[in-house]
Design a protein around this ligand. Structure first.
Ligand code: ZN
Length: 244
């Protein structure tokens, strides 16, 4: 057994949470709760969390070990170029829910490829809890999770083409087929709904959760969020900050 590694006076890593003030109310609720959730995890100054609505004022993005996006992705050409450069040079990304939303009007091919190639196809409605299947416990972010769990209320997206078909994509969690038919307004009768995945060409995790004010009410799901943050940061090209 290794001895515990206690942080000294230096925070282990630095994160930027990039969000927008101009999103639908249910996404704003999630973002506000996400800022509180992650900020609480900095207790003891173990790491630094900054929250901002712009990437342009932040200087060199490589100072951040991870960029967290709870509700949007960069919208302007300048911010998109910065983000692409950051990710193509070892950057880390933790994206939730609408941060991945893209359709024919998005006009950002790099980002769609980064996510695995899928455009938004359809969603479940209204938001509701769902049974999730943990597809592998071999990955660091799922190793200590049960094989199935009911997650708090959220809106689930389906993508076309399915990111699972992309050999670079590893799906870690998905909607269990036991949920179907699902929905009271928009009823989904089946199909593949990947919920958490990574693109193995990048240091990234995408999580579909992020709609409404209930997303942080599950200890199991909170653990998944913390595991995801920790894993992205642990893969840093400058070394795993948790092994120092
Ligand atoms: Zn939503």
């Amino acid at each position: 057994m290794r001895e515990a590694s206690y942080a000294g006076q230096t925070p282990r890593f630095r994160a930027l949470l990039y969000y927008s003030d101009y999103v639908e109310e249910a996404h704003r609720q999630f973002t506000h709760q996400a800022i509180s959730f992650f900020d609480k995890l900095t207790v003891g100054d173990g790491w630094i969390l900054e929250a901002d609505t712009s990437l342009l004022e932040k200087g060199d993005l490589s100072q951040y070990d991870v960029i967290i996006m709870p509700d949007v992705h960069p919208g302007t050409p300048e911010e998109r170029t910065l983000f692409e450069h950051y990710m193509e040079h070892g950057g880390g990304w933790l994206g939730f829910h609408a941060a991945a939303y893209n359709d024919l009007s998005t006009g950002w091919d790099w980002f769609r490829d980064f996510l695995g190639g899928g455009r938004f196809l359809c969603n479940t409605w209204p938001p509701q809890p769902a049974l999730l299947e943990v597809e592998t416990q071999e990955h660091d972010i799922t190793r200590n999770l049960p094989e199935e769990f009911v997650c708090p209320s959220s809106e689930f997206y389906q993508w076309q083409p399915d990111p699972r078909l992309n050999p670079d994509i590893e799906v870690l969690v998905s909607l269990s087929p036991k949920n179907f038919p699902m929905g009271l307004k928009d009823v989904v009768f089946g199909g593949d709904f990947p919920v958490v995945w990574t693109n193995t060409r990048y240091r990234m995790i995408y999580l579909n959760m992020g709609h409404g004010d209930e997303c942080f009410t599950s200890a199991t799901q909170n653990l998944l969020f913390i595991n995801s943050l920790r894993w992205v940061v642990s893969q840093s090209p400058s070394g795993n900050p948790f092994e120092r």
